[in-house]
Design a protein around this ligand. Structure first.
Ligand SMILES: Nc1ncnc2c1ncn2[C@@H]1O[C@H](COP(=O)(O)OP(=O)(O)O)[C@@H](O)[C@H]1O
Ligand SMILES: Cc1ncc(C[n+]2csc(CCOP(=O)(O)OP(=O)(O)O)c2C)c(N)n1
Ligand SMILES: [Mg+2]
Length: 321
């Protein structure tokens, strides 16, 4: 049995100090001391991942670590920010070495890959849950908010959709092949940080797709005003999704499944070629799925399909009512 101090020292203390990281004081003191770049805005976001709600209890620990960070970094991507620092609070029922080793590897490998420095956190005993605060930097005029969309703007998405829900369905059906494309989409989503930075300055508004395309488009409409017309037949569907869920199921997963962590952006039609050119350098497609309209509401998809993930709808996980 390890104390939490042993766990921090063993699993969550970066091996090498990095003067470039801007961490003046990192893991170990009462607070971290960070040195932000002068003239940049700090972009800060937190998301919580709860066992049984955001990932299955038997998910591989590497995936749990990766995913908990990825979903937070995805918010930085949607803002067009460059990731710099993260803080991780971990509530854990048992300090099992094998699990912690995998979890910290998944988490720190994604830190490394995205230039994010773990600068602090908290560990407590309790049901398994991970809260990750991320901090990034963005030029003041470049931040992509949810509120800048204008009627006539194209609505476009990066990558492919529906893989999050398709992967969850595959996991629940017993699929465990780590290279299964849908499982990978669900368990180890890739935050679109480079795409976010590339689109900042071109897009008028952006959001990451965590709750589902329609729900997250709804957030843009709330902030930007107006409505949208969608063309669901243009939705880019994740690899293997139609084979797994059928044509209709695949489209519904892409519209409402959530967990895709792609970016939804609004942009003037004249910026489309440049946006695509920038994303092509990242080998990422940008697909136009509709347009913003002056008239409020969403047209082009049946009202019955317009749901998305909501935490407080239905019974609690494991509950009976
Ligand atoms: N408990 C809370 N206290 C204060 N602000 C919150 C809380 N929960 C969510 N928010 C804020 O509400 C907004 C929407 O949150 P959320 O739907 O979780 O966004 P996202 O999908 O980007 O994670 C964000 O600005 C977030 O910071
Ligand atoms: C075991 C399991 N069941 C269901 C889901 C589906 N799911 C859970 S939360 C969620 C939406 C995203 O999570 P949220 O906490 O709303 O993130 P945010 O929008 O704040 O980024 C989805 C699609 C899942 N990921 N894992
Ligand atoms: Mg959130």
């Amino acid at each position: 049995m390890h104390s939490e101090f042993d766990l921090i020292a063993r699993y969550f203390t970066p091996a090498t100090p990095d003067p470039e990281s801007g961490v003046v004081m990192g893991v170990g003191d009462d607070c971290a001391l960070l040195a932000p770049t002068p003239g940049r805005r700090l972009a800060v976001s937190v998301d919580t991942s709860v066992c049984g709600v955001h990932f299955p209890p038997d998910a591989p620990p590497e995936a749990v670590g990766h995913r908990a960070l990825a979903v937070s970094l995805s918010d930085l991507a949607a803002m067009g920010a460059r990731a710099r620092w993260c803080f991780m609070s971990l509530s854990l029922d048992e300090s099992e070495d094998a699990w912690l080793e995998g979890f910290s590897r998944g988490f720190l490998t994604l830190c490394e890959a995205t230039g994010t420095r773990l600068a602090g956190g908290d560990i407590t005993r309790g049901e398994l849950a991970i809260g990750v605060t991320v901090m990034g930097e963005v030029a003041p005029e470049a931040a992509m908010t949810r509120g800048g969309g204008r009627p006539g703007d194209l609505v476009a998405v990066t990558g492919a959709l529906g893989g999050g829900a398709g992967g969850l369905a595959a996991w629940q059906a017993g699929e465990r092949d780590p290279v299964h494309p849908l499982l990978q989409r669900y368990l180890t989503p890739r935050p679109r940080l480079a795409a976010g930075e590339a689109l900042a300055g071109l897009a008028t508004a952006a959001v990451d797709i965590s709750d589902g395309l329609l729900a997250d488009l709804g957030h843009i409409l709330e902030h930007s005003g107006g409505g949208a017309h969608l063309e669901p037949e243009t939705l880019p569907l994740a690899e293997g999704l139609v084979a797994a869920l059928g044509e209709e199921g695949a489209r519904q997963a892409a519209l409402t499944g959530g967990d895709d962590y792609e970016l939804l952006v609004c942009l003037p039609a004249e910026e489309l070629d440049e946006a695509r050119r920038r994303l092509a350098a990242l080998e990422l497609p940008l697909t136009v799925v509709g347009r913003l309209t002056r008239a409020p509401g969403v047209s082009g998809v049946p009202a019955a399909q317009r749901t998305g993930w909501q935490h407080f709808r239905g019974a609690p996980p494991g509950g009976t009512s």
